[in-house]
Design a protein around this ligand. Structure first.
Ligand code: IDP
Ligand code: MG
Length: 132
């Protein structure tokens, strides 16, 4: 069993897609171990995306991620980390294929609805960051 951290980003909450996004994870038989809604502080958003701090879109990304409530999910299942990444779809909006969450609902590379941990190392760090 693996655990992974998912964030339904502010556009997902604003567009009232929380239920539909969570439904996909449930349909895949992933287990919701924990879940809550909250607003990311500037400091936490910068820490969460520290690997992108040199990118030109970084200020936009932090402003977006702190622009409203998000939903944090701790999901568990076999191969949950790669499985959930596959369900999200590609980062680039033009490469996110239909059938994925981003492919079906997002039309922007920045405002792409969902985050998920990309490796066991990052999952451990991100679960600690948002669930302690
Ligand atoms: P990921 O969310 O698929 O793991 P990362 O490369 O970790 O992708 O980027 C984190 C977030 O930064 C993306 O989900 C997206 O919101 C934003 N982002 C990434 N690349 C770009 C870009 O080229 N332009 C604008 N925003 C981007
Ligand atoms: Mg990432």
């Amino acid at each position: 069993m693996e655990q992974t951290l998912v964030i339904i980003k502010p556009d997902g909450v604003r567009r009232k897609l929380v239920g539909r996004i969570i439904q996909r994870f449930e349909e895949k038989n992933l287990t919701i171990k924990e879940m809550y809604q909250g607003v990311m502080t500037d400091k936490i958003a910068q820490e969460h995306y520290a690997h992108l701090k040199e990118k030109p879109f970084f200020p936009n990304l932090v402003a977006y991620m702190t622009s409203g409530p998000v939903v944090f999910l701790l999901l568990e299942g076999a191969d949950a980390i790669p499985l959930v990444r596959q369900m999200l779809g590609a980062t680039n909006v033009l490469q996110a294929v239909p059938g994925t969450i981003r492919g079906d609902f997002a039309c922007s590379t920045t405002e792409n609805l969902v985050h998920a941990s990309d490796s066991p190392e990052n999952a451990a760090i991100e679960i600690q960051r948002f669930f302690g």
